[in-house]
Write a protein that binds this ligand. Structure first.
Ligand code: NAP
Length: 241
């Protein structure tokens, strides 16, 4: 079968590896945000399609038999594009969505619908660890009465302002390193998306152990698709046999 995976996540990479091993012709599509992405098995295509219509045309022209949306839970635009493209191509959209992290019983999470709301709720003088990606940094950095440590896979394109420090790191992260980082940087708040998965979960455990509040940006509501939580269930949902 000819399968297109909309990727950019570890789950997408693992799925590609499994499907290639099963003998399918797999293409993974990446947005091209990171300069040295970990390459999935099979073919790789880098760059946008020009919206849902562009993606739909690509799927039809390339005669894909299956379409999987395995992009990050917060890749809102791409999720919408995938739904439109699947409709155009007459394919059922299988969407691989990692389960959310759940709040430990005695942890201290505050939930926010947007970056703006979370940024506004930081108390004056807070030193927040931001693990939210580059695209939603602006509302936090606008808080000149707070300071920030910003972690990303690659450094930001433009230098950060004086009250923010950039550090780079590629998952997986582990509890010991995360605890040391939060302590050595004097972090008072952790700001995170609810990405789910094991690769970046240790920061939440570290914050919990240190008694730090977690500002959690809740997931966007996604348009209807056939959602599955695991790679095994994605393969089953693709009905390849
Ligand atoms: P987004 O805002 O939902 O998408 C913006 C545009 O980027 C899309 O309209 C599309 O352009 C292009 N695009 C996104 N994902 C693509 C893919 N897999 N292949 C080809 N084009 C893609 O996306 P985003 O939140 O910036 O995320 C970009 C990529 O990073 C995604 O692949 C996602 O899986 C990965 N990622 C995102 C996050 C996050 O927090 N958002 C975290 C980790 C990884 P066109 O309209 O031109 O097709």
């Amino acid at each position: 079968m000819k399968i297109l995976i909309l990727g950019g996540t570890e789950d997408a990479r693992q799925l590609a590896e499994r499907l290639v091993a099963m003998g399918h012709a797999v293409t993974t599509s990446l947005a091209g945000r990171t300069s040295e992405p970990l390459m999935p098995a099979g073919e790789v295509r880098i760059g946008g399609f020009g919206g849902g219509e562009g993606l739909g045309k690509f799927v039809i022209k390339s005669e894909f038999d299956r379409l999987v949306d395995a992009t990050h839970p917060y890749a809102e635009e791409m999720h919408a594009n995938a739904v439109q493209a699947a409709q155009m191509a007459g394919l059922r959209l299988v969407r691989l969505v990692r389960p959310e992290w759940t709040e430990p019983q005695y942890a201290f999470w505050k939930h926010f619908p947007t970056a703006e709301a979370a940024a506004a709720a930081l108390p004056k003088g807070a030193r927040a660890f931001l693990t939210v990606g580059h695209r939603t940094l602006a509302p936090y950095l606008a808080r000149k009465d707070c300071s920030f440590v910003v972690r990303s896979i690659e450094p930001p394109e433009k230098p950060l302002p004086i009250h923010a420090t950039s550090i780079t790191g590629r998952p997986p992260f582990y509890l010991g390193g995360e605890t040391e980082l939060l302590e050595s940087q004097g972090i008072t708040h952790l700001v995170s998306k609810n990405s789910g998965g094991a690769q970046t979960e240790a920061k939440l455990q570290a914050a919990h152990q240190l008694g730090l509040p977690v500002f959690m940006i809740d997931r966007p509501v996604l348009p209807p698709a056939h959602d599955v939580p695991t790679i095994g269930q994605a393969i089953a949902a693709l009905r390849l046999v």
